[in-house]
Design a protein around this ligand. Sequence first.
Ligand SMILES: Cc1cc2nc3c(=O)[nH]c(=O)nc-3n(C[C@H](O)[C@H](O)[C@H](O)COP(=O)(O)O)c2cc1C
Length: 337
Amino acid sequence: MKIHDIDLGERPVVLAPMEDVTDPAFRLLCKEFGASMVYSEFVSADALIRSVNRSLQKIVVNDAERPVAVQIYGRDVPSMVEAAQIIERESHPDVIDINFGCPVKKVAGKGAGAGMLRNIPLMLEITRAVVDAVKTPVTVKTRLGWDHESKIIVELAEQLQDCGIQALTIHGRTRSQMYTGEADWSYIGAVKANPRMHIPIIGNGDIDSAEKAKEAFDRYRVDAVMVGRASFGRPWIFKEIRDYLDKGTVSDEMTLEWKMDVLRRQIRESVACSLARTDNPRKATELGGIMHVRRHLANSPIFKGIPDFRKTRIQILRAETMDELFALLDQAETLLV
Ligand SMILES: Cc1cc2nc3c(=O)[nH]c(=O)nc-3n(C[C@H](O)[C@H](O)[C@H](O)COP(=O)(O)O)c2cc1C
């Protein structure tokens, strides 16, 4: 599958953009385990234009993680165009992705993200203007519609395609659903089945196993699948899915010991990434990396089998040093073997 001239291979599996989750250290880890493409956390166009340090930091990409998409959100044409140009000039990503799907109040409530699903003319104007303003391929990520009564994605997909985007990611929920209920893939399948559509369609929502990823390809005929929450504390999910899609089995190399070592590495790399932060030296601390990674660890499915894991989970969420986290992982590992 190709996005413009970027070849993502057969049945690509990509890492979703996730705020406070998909920092460069995590993206690189997912890439190493087989993610075909990775996305940055979303960046506010307005903040980027004002050169807010944290936003400038978010658009930094490493060559090792390519192909990589940097995602922006905003609510008007001039700021979205200027932000896309800044990103193209400063970070040379492979793709610039526009977020028309974020449901949270502070974004959608102001008309950006999924809020744009209530103003389709503006959504299309922004998309057209951004496509025209940069040479980098532009893609869009959105939802089925604003609410149950307005699942407009089949028509919207055509309109977005006509604006010149190179791929479309669809999260199979409405804005009103936020993250509740189940993603409805039938609409994603309907977009894919529309003979007028020729750009790649990336399906997203609730992919948490290799079997579900395969079903998305086989049943809904998507060109790629995107994995979000199931990668928390489980960056190896990309290897599980890749192995299954390519060989029909999952490698037995991924033992408990192997996974625990991956999590230990994730801790070290998250801390190294935090220490390398240049936007705010006061935040370039071990604690910064720990705060980022401890949510991953607390949500890792690896610990599901531990009776009364709740206590350890709370300790993980309160840990402030690498040593504390390593000790908690050692303790959890003894309970699992
Ligand atoms: C913590 C968190 C942060 C997210 N941040 C973003 C974001 O910055 N941009 C975006 O397009 N979607 C964002 N999302 C939505 C995901 O990209 C994805 O669409 C959603 O989680 C559904 O996929 P999943 O079921 O595989 O998790 C976020 C989701 C979560 C849970």
